[in-house]
Design a protein around this ligand. Structure first.
Ligand SMILES: [Zn+2]
Length: 90
């Protein structure tokens, strides 16, 4: 993960993860995680709803709330986190 040579592999290594940087709505409006996550506007509210909704579907959901490496995208994966049932939704 994060370009390190040691430690766990990213779920991307086995194509079991997807990163989403933004959305294009039916009317052509673009909403980006980098540009629209900060603040309280309707685009920020939309992005938080997407993040929170994804937590019902994916075992791991990482957003700008998680760390600076995710400031510009959502990371979604279905990693088996062992018997603990550990999930991440941040
Ligand atoms: Zn990712």
């Amino acid at each position: 993960m994060y370009g390190r040579s040691q430690g766990d592999f990213s779920e991307h290594a086995t194509a079991d993860a997807i990163d989403i940087a933004g959305f294009t709505l039916a009317d052509g409006q673009r909403i980006s995680v980098l540009g629209d996550w900060p603040g309280e506007g309707k685009d920020a509210v939309f992005l938080r709803a997407v993040r929170d909704g994804a937590c019902d579907l994916f075992s791991t959901v990482l957003s700008p709330d998680y760390n600076a490496a995710h400031r510009d995208h959502f990371h979604l994966d279905q990693a088996e986190r062992g018997k603990t049932g550990w999930r991440a939704c941040r």
